[in-house]
Design a protein around this ligand. Structure first.
Ligand SMILES: NC(=O)c1ccc[n+]([C@@H]2O[C@H](COP(=O)([O-])OP(=O)(O)OC[C@H]3O[C@@H](n4cnc5c(N)ncnc54)[C@H](O)[C@@H]3O)[C@@H](O)[C@H]2O)c1
Length: 263
């Protein structure tokens, strides 16, 4: 795969999980990344890790900041060839107990933020008359979920609907839109969230890998990044409107015939 000469905007690129894996893979395959983060400090700190990365701050939940990010990219970088909508927030709360504010905050970033950034990206691509490429980060939660994740799951299902719909609308302009749906990707910071439903988060993660995956090793952030790179590359020229699940088999598993004790 070769992404040389391609300028790719990655939202939430300072994330220690999937954002980091996406940035690493894209740089490995020769792309120049424009690394978006919610603050200038975060963007600059993360960009130092990747050769040639250009930091840019904007809250993707804020239309004014997104508009000025695209103005800045146009004047400092020029043409953008690709966009990875990675930035996202989580919420661990049963739907009937969540507040309006919690619902709105999650939706404003996880689905409206994807649309907001994509809209600007597509309009700059149409103006240039250039082929372009979007990859949205979805989740296995778009297909099936667990208790406390209904609101997050519904936003990710919407991301996949938007992916298919925009693919249909933009195909005639040579703009492809796909998604990558990660399974559980571990980062130290996840333990805090897992504590909201398990009093032994380390054991929960170990059990998840053994009981809920078909391939029994952790999914690494760069595994997700490699799938993103493929979808951004010319090797996937015939693919649009699809989601690739990078889940080590989670979404194929009906139930596990092994117990963790046997492994
Ligand atoms: N970690 C997982 O297991 C997992 C699984 C499936 C899908 N995902 C998805 O992958 C993506 C990245 O998640 P992660 O777990 O790596 O999280 P993370 O918290 O490590 O990274 C998210 C990054 O996005 C940034 N961000 C948050 N809100 C922003 C905003 N409004 N504007 C700009 N940047 C913002 C954060 O500062 C952070 O650096 C998310 O869309 C998430 O839903 C994660």
């Amino acid at each position: 795969m070769n992404l040389r000469g391609k300028n790719i905007l990655v939202t939430g690129g300072g994330g220690v999980g999937i954002g980091a894996g996406v940035c690493q893979a894209l740089v490995n395959f020769g792309a120049t990344i424009i690394l978006n983060e919610i603050s200038q400090e975060k963007a600059e700190e993360a960009a130092r890790k990747y050769s040639g990365a250009i930091p840019i701050a904007a809250d993707i939940g804020n239309s004014v900041q997104v508009a000025s990010m695209f103005d800045q990219i146009a004047s400092e970088v020029g043409i953008l060839h690709g966009l990875v909508n990675n930035a996202g927030v989580g919420l661990s709360k049963v739907a009937h107990e969540a507040s309006e504010e919690e619902f709105d905050t999650l939706y404003n970033i996880d689905i409206k933020g994807v649309w907001r950034v994509s809209k600007r990206f597509v309009n700059q691509a149409l103006k240039q008359g250039m082929p372009a490429n979007i990859v949205n980060i979805s989740s296995v939660n778009a297909l099936a979920t667990m208790s406390r994740y209904a609101i997050y799951a519904s936003a990710k299902a919407a991301v996949e609907g938007l992916t298919r719909g925009m693919a249909v609308e933009l195909g005639p302009h040579d703009i492809r839109v796909n998604a990558v749906g990660p399974g559980y990707v571990h980062a130290e910071q996840n333990y805090e969230l897992i504590k909201t439903w398990s009093n032994n988060p380390q054991k929960w993660v170990k059990d998840f890998v053994k009981d809920q995956q078909v391939l029994l090793h952790d999914i690494k952030p760069v595994d997700c990044g490699n799938a993103v790179a493929f979808l951004l590359s010319d090797l996937s020229d015939a693919i649009t409107g699809q989601t690739i699940y990078v889940d080590k088999g989670t979404t194929s598993l009906l139930f596990n015939r092994y117990s963790t004790e046997q492994l």
